[in-house]
Design a protein. Structure first.
Length: 265
């Protein structure tokens, strides 16, 4: 409605491209006609084509109906099961599940033994597989483990001095992605907490790393390093790389062993 002149211009412009019976007669004997519908008979396609035996338009439409019914049935099943779907433009929708704070690392005794033996251990990848203890058994649950918090918990339990997180930027920033962005070098936990309260670290980006860093420092850790993978080794060795969150009470102490957590975010 309201675009009648434009519609008439298009009809005239595309009149020569109409699919007609004579056009199909010039094709292979087994030619078929398909259309996604809705179709304008007499305009884009002749009526004797869309209704002819060479047309599979309505057979295909019936097939599509069954697919749509299956999609609706599955959506209803998920709704009744309590699934929560959230939009993630432009990709569509994804299922949202809980991300509970980790309470323990099931494999911690093994990890501890390997670390004490000088082995480089790769653990809690992606936050690990969330499980719960029920009736003396370990069972998987529908949840997502948070990689930052799982890594911080492991660092606290192993009582390492330095907890390092690598990410896709060289350091933490105030007013990130703005013209007045300012990188952070060395900060105390109190300073970082104030910056977080001012909204500098959104939940979907640097926020979890900031919270994990504060948890580690509050538990007695000496230092947290946040930097990019290519700067991580230099930062752990004490060079001026990345952001360092220091425990003011332990700032003067020489740091001991470190836990490097590759956290891509």
């Amino acid at each position: 409605m309201g675009q009648e002149p434009e519609a008439e211009e298009r009809r005239q412009a595309f009149a020569g491209f109409r699919v007609t019976g004579s056009l199909l007669d010039g094709a292979a004997p087994d030619v078929i006609f398909m259309h996604c519908l809705p179709a304008h008979r007499g305009q884009e396609v002749a009526a004797d084509v869309i209704d002819s035996p060479r047309s599979v338009v309505f057979a295909q439409a019936r097939n599509r109906r069954y697919t749509e019914k299956a999609l609706f049935a599955e959506a209803e099943r998920r709704r009744q099961a309590g699934w929560m779907l959230v939009e993630e433009a432009p990709h569509g929708y994804r299922r949202a599940v809980a991300s509970p704070a980790p309470l323990e690392i099931v494999e911690e005794p093994t990890i501890r033994a390997l670390v004490d033996a000088g082995v480089v251990v790769i653990a809690v990848g992606g936050g690990g597989v969330p499980v719960v203890r029920r009736d003396g058994r370990i069972e998987g649950i529908e949840a997502v483990g948070d990689k930052e918090f799982a890594s911080a918990l492991l660092a606290m339990h192993l009582r390492v001095d330095v907890f390092a997180m690598s990410t896709d930027v060289d350091r933490m920033y105030l007013n990130f992605a703005h013209p007045d962005a300012r990188g952070l070098g060395q900060v105390t936990a109190d300073e970082l907490r104030r910056f977080a309260a001012d909204g500098h670290f959104p939940a979907g980006t640097m926020g979890p790393k900031v919270e994990a860093a504060l948890q580690f420092i509050a538990a007695g850790g000496a230092e947290v390093i946040v930097t990019s993978p290519e700067r991580l080794v230099a930062a752990i060795e004490g060079h001026d790389e990345g952001t360092r969150v220091v425990n003011a009470a332990r700032a003067a102490r020489r740091r001991g062993r470190a836990l490097a957590s590759t956290v891509l975010g």
